[in-house]
Design a protein around this ligand. Structure first.
Ligand code: NAD
Ligand code: MG
Length: 381
């Protein structure tokens, strides 16, 4: 039995993780959960899964949640400290990191130091602090189990293989709602169009990242850390059907791929039951219903965020932090209706061009870089 703390239990990955727990016949147990501000859902989840600890991100909602759960023994905490309390909660052996953005760094580091395995969905943490997280995980002998579908696919493909014989990782991308658009056509796309992902239903931030293809750039960097391979050896191919979740090419030219219906509960269950597989009654792939599987080169002239991600990883140091923090800032602005879609790229570019380079940033310098990006970009807004 795995015992879980879930950071971001009310979100897309969080609720799908809980669905897996619900179907797991007691093989998974929830010990602690954390969500942002949706206290009615947190209360509902607490009553159904009976964790010992619940954290609400918004401090001002703590008392309301505590009152709502007064008839139970569940402890309520809040804010950043509460999030870390959930991440290190002693009864849990595994932490599911399903929060968005760099706020995942500190709780993830603390969870690793507390000896927890990490089922990692929160890609921004690895993108910006992979050089700190991966050695720390090694030092504490903990597993980082990928939840992202592409990384789960790669993880499944390399089982039983030697790392030294991997030639290339091939990460698939749906291409998002604007696949095939020209630069001109991208200029006037709306928030509503950007939120309408063709294959996946996800949280808003990652949905916009998918539309800009920044998400694929973040995933290339995430794979770089998970599989200790430089981004030169990671290729992105656009595969609009999202059936092939990613592939690994070996030295002899042989390629292994992992396929399945696009349903995040598949990679979530693989992470939580690894090395076993568990039949939850999830949908099986029906080849008679697939007319074709297409692959095409990504257009990095139009979707320039993907190229910027490669460049920032190759430059290294705090460059991926600058890239990621500027993107988080810009996506929040776009979601608030304050900038246009293509301004997301312009915002990232501005940060890359203006923030000072640090060769091997420690955790304080990673967070200081994030702060510097927000200060730079906040000035003219
Ligand atoms: P989401 O926006 O749906 O959920 C985010 C969760 O974080 C919510 O539960 C929210 O309440 C919580 N949260 C926000 N502020 C908080 C705070 N201060 N304290 C505690 N919790 C807080 O996001 P998502 O789509 O589930 O994505 C989560 C992560 O997983 C992201 O890094 C994303 O890139 C990655 N991911 C998501 C998918 C997907 O299908 N949704 C797929 C692959 C990877
Ligand atoms: Mg993904």
């Amino acid at each position: 039995m795995r015992t879980l703390s879930i950071l971001g239990s009310t979100g897309s990955i969080g609720t799908q993780t809980l669905d897996i727990v619900r179907k797991s016949d007691g093989k998974l147990k929830v010990c602690a959960i954390a969500g942002g501000s949706n206290i009615s859902l947190l209360e509902k989840q607490a009553r159904e899964f009976l964790p010992k600890l619940v954290c609400v991100g918004d401090d001002s909602l703590k008392d309301d949640l505590q009152i709502a759960l007064n008839d139970t023994d569940i402890k309520v905490v809040s804010g950043k400290e509460g999030l870390t309390d959930v991440a290190v909660f002693e009864d849990a052996d595994t932490v599911v990191t399903a929060i968005v953005g760099m706020m995942g760094i500190i709780p993830t580091i603390n969870a690793i130091k507390a000896g927890k395995d990490i089922a990692l969905a929160n890609k921004e943490t690895l993108v910006t602090a992979g050089h700190i997280i991966m050695p720390l995980a090694k030092e504490h002998n903990i597993s980082i189990l990928p939840v992202d579908s592409e990384h789960s696919a790669i993880f499944q493909c390399i089982q039983g293989e030697k790392a030294s014989q991997i030639h290339k990782l091939i990460i698939t991308a749906s291409g998002g709602p604007f696949r095939g658009f020209t630069k001109d056509e991208l200029k006037d796309v709306t928030l509503e169009q950007a939120l309408n992902h063709p294959n996946w239903s996800m949280g808003k931030k990652i949905t916009i990242d998918s539309a800009t293809m920044v998400n694929k750039g973040l995933e290339v960097i995430e794979a770089r850390w998970l599989y200790d391979i430089t981004v030169d050896n990671i290729e992105v191919t656009v595969h609009p059907q999202s059936i092939v979740h990613s592939m690994v090419e070996f030295n002899d030219g042989s390629i292994k791929a992992q396929l399945g219906v696009p349903d995040m509960r598949h990679p979530i269950q693989y992470a939580l039951f690894y090395p076993d597989r568990y039949d939850f009654g999830l949908e099986y792939l029906d080849f008679s219903k697939i007319s074709s599987l297409d692959f095409e080169k990504p257009d990095t002239d139009v979707f320039e965020g993907l190229k910027m991600a490669y460049d920032s990883s190759l430059k290294g140091g705090n460059m991926p932090v600058i890239f990621n923090a500027a993107n988080e800032f810009a996506v929040a602005k776009f979601l608030a209706g304050r900038i246009k879609f293509v301004e997301i790229y312009e915002t990232i570019r501005k940060a890359i061009d203006n923030i000072g380079f640090i060769e091997n940033p420690d955790i304080d310098e990673v967070l200081a870089t994030e702060q510097a990006v927000y200060e730079l970009l906040g000035k003219n807004n």
